[in-house]
Ligand binder design. Structure first.
Ligand SMILES: C[S@@+](CC[C@H](N)C(=O)[O-])C[C@H]1O[C@@H](n2cnc3c(N)ncnc32)[C@H](O)[C@@H]1O
Length: 244
């Protein structure tokens, strides 16, 4: 049985969504804007030119959702879209994603060939599901395995140092500098999914994990309009100062 999140997106695609997708925190609940978030024009908004400028093919889009970005990028260069949810892999194929595969962000080398990709996109804050700084570092180190020596990656997250981040639904403080937590559950059509436990990490924490994993944070982009502490980071393989 697909998760409530995946069912809601699949039903939206089929024009069969008959209930809101709800996001629950501890004692708060909000309705998720499914269509606006996942089915809009990927090039809309001021974020996209920045994201695109860091990517090249072959591209690996991990946690690709319903393929909003993969559909755009596959017209530019080879794109492989990976999802943990079978229902979303099927939905991506239905929406015309040429290479949609089931895979796990936290076990990429198990299903993907080594030295294959020139860039990686992890967009939607799912990297936070790493849950710990150790696993964040390990996940970035795994990206090393499946990418080429000159690879780049674009990832995103919420900066706990930003005052707006504490207003996120499901937010929890963490005593460690630059870290926080977030626990949410999705509910759709009478079914509530398992809790999703996120580690929120700021750019400095990402820099430290990336450096340990053989990557450098080359740029950080925080939309001036974001009131949540949302930011994107572009990573390059290799340590700064070393030959690329
Ligand atoms: C917030 S959505 C973002 C979707 C897409 N990247 C976008 O921006 O429209 C996060 C996606 O990550 C997927 N995901 C969560 N955990 C994953 C994992 N371990 N491996 C692969 N995908 C995962 C979810 O199924 C979901 O579709």
């Amino acid at each position: 049985m697909p998760s409530p999140f995946a069912r809601a997106l699949r039903d939206q695609h089929r024009d069969e969504r008959d209930a809101p997708l709800r996001v629950h925190g501890d004692d708060e609940c909000r309705e998720h804007p499914v269509e606006a978030f996942y089915f809009g024009d990927p090039t809309g908004g001021d974020a996209f030119p920045w994201i695109e400028s860091w990517l090249d093919g072959p591209l690996l889009d991990v946690g690709a959702g319903v393929g909003r970005d993969a559909r755009y990028f596959q017209a530019q260069f080879e794109t492989v879209a990976v999802e943990v949810s079978d229902a979303l892999v099927e939905t991506m194929r239905d929406r015309g994603v040429d290479d949609a595969r089931r895979g796990d962000l936290f076990a990429l080398p198990e299903t993907l060939p080594a030295d294959r990709f020139r860039s990686v996109l992890i967009r939607g804050t799912q990297l936070g599901l790493a849950g710990s700084t150790d696993r964040l570092r390990g996940t970035l180190a795994d990206l090393d395995v499946v990418t080429r020596a000159d690879a780049t990656a674009v990832v995103d997250g919420y900066d706990p140092a930003h005052p707006g981040t504490a207003d996120l639904i499901g937010y929890r403080d963490d005593p460690r500098d630059g870290l926080a937590r977030r626990t949410i559950r999705f509910e759709y059509a009478g079914e509530r999914g398992d809790p999703l436990e996120f580690l929120l990490f700021g750019p400095d924490r990402l820099r430290a994990a990336a450096s340990d994993a053989g990557w450098t944070v080359a740029a950080v982009d925080a939309p001036s309009t974001a009131d949540t502490g949302y930011y994107r980071a572009a990573l390059r393989r290799g340590q700064s100062g070393s030959p690329q």
